[in-house]
Ligand binder design. Structure first.
Ligand code: SAH
Length: 336
């Protein structure tokens, strides 16, 4: 609950609104037991514990990359399911990559998170707790959030929006919307709904191919909304929010990495102000697809920039702990 909602709830119990503020403050600092909320009277702590639960995450595993200090956490959810979160350390601050669902039902051909399908949505409190507990367990101040872990954020729309309001709240984590990126495989209705909220976050669209033929092979969602519909939704999003879209493009050998693909992409994006993030596919053994060669990636990037499209090539972080994009899965796979 947001502090305002908590205040309304507490009012019904005859409690003054500053109590809600106090409880929200404790929860935001990761306190998961009412008994530890020491500025509340003892009787009240007992009464709250009888009435409410604090479904906190508990840490199952923490892996630290020897290469770059990236940390991957596996959390246990209150019902025994689990998800992963990754902390990346950059010069400009710490960024946390969070999961929004237990598993995923989008079925992208290159991604490990969707193996085994979707088990359930995460609650807003669980998504928030990924951020809070990562900060505590890694002793890191979190300045940026990317919704690029396990799950499709726009397939868990209400919980994700509630999470954004919680993490953005000045009495909580107070992370500005401009420090948050939400990545989607391209749910057109979800993009339109999000546009109406006019949040100042960065929308990343996982494009991965400029044309229907290639994209439908990689991403089943493209059979529901083709690339034309997706580009149109992105344009509406930009018109409504004034925020430029960032397109993710994972380079898959001999699938989407040809000069022809680069030209098609450039033709679409030239002049739109959109930004392309190229990333070499991370190899996922179950998936069989191979990363493009580094040379191909460089050529592709050059073609885009020569055509006037801004492009960056992503660095890989945490690959020694399987923390890189598309590799998050162990946390949600039940042991056979
Ligand atoms: N469901 C959302 C967010 C999670 S995935 C989305 O689709 O955007 C985060 C990013 O990692 C997406 O761009 C996704 O396409 C990409 N990704 C998935 N598997 C990958 C892999 N094996 N190598 C590189 N990127 C991958």
């Amino acid at each position: 609950m947001l502090p305002e909602e908590l205040a309304a709830e507490f009012k019904e119990l005859g409690l003054p609104s500053f109590r809600a503020k106090q409880v929200f403050g404790w929860l935001s600092r990761g306190v998961s037991d009412f008994a530890d909320m020491t500025n509340l009277p003892r009787d009240l702590r007992i009464a709250l514990a009888e009435r409410y639960e604090i479904p906190a995450l508990t840490m199952l595993r923490k892996q630290v990359s020897a290469q770059d200090g990236t940390v991957k956490f596996l959390w246990r959810l209150p019902d025994g399911e689990s998800v992963e979160t990754v902390l990346m350390r950059y010069k400009h601050g710490n960024s946390v990559c969070i999961s929004t669902q237990v598993g995923c039902r989008m079925g992208c051909a290159f991604c490990a998170s969707t193996l085994g399908g979707k088990i359930r949505d995460l609650r807003a409190s669980e998504i928030l707790d990924e951020v809070i507990r990562t900060g505590i367990e890694a002793q890191a101040e979190i300045s940026n959030i990317v919704l690029m872990g396990i799950g499709e954020p726009l397939d868990n729309y209400d919980n994700v929006i509630r999470f954004l309001r919680l993490v953005n709240h000045p009495e909580g984590q107070n992370i500005g919307m401009r420090h948050i990126s939400l990545s989607t495989c391209g749910l057109v209705e979800g993009i339109d709904r999000l546009a109406q909220l006019n949040l100042q976050l960065t929308l990343s669209v996982s494009l991965h191919a400029p044309d229907d033929e290639t994209r439908s092979k990689l991403m089943p969602i493209n059979r529901a909304h083709g690339v034309d519909a997706l580009y149109d939704a992105c344009e509406r999003y930009f018109q409504k929010t004034g925020r430029r879209i960032s397109f993710e493009y994972a380079m898959v050998r001999d699938m989407n990495d040809s000069p022809r693909h680069a030209s098609m992409l450039a033709d679409r994006l030239r002049g739109t102000g959109a930004h392309v993030n190229l990333i070499r596919l991370n190899y996922v053994s179950e998936r069989g697809l191979l990363p493009s060669t580094e040379e191909r990636v460089r050529e592709f990037a050059k073609r885009l920039s020569d055509a006037g499209v801004t492009v960056t090539v992503r660095r890989r972080l945490g690959s020694d702990i399987d923390a890189a994009c598309g590799q998050l899965r162990r946390g949600q796979m039940r042991k056979p």
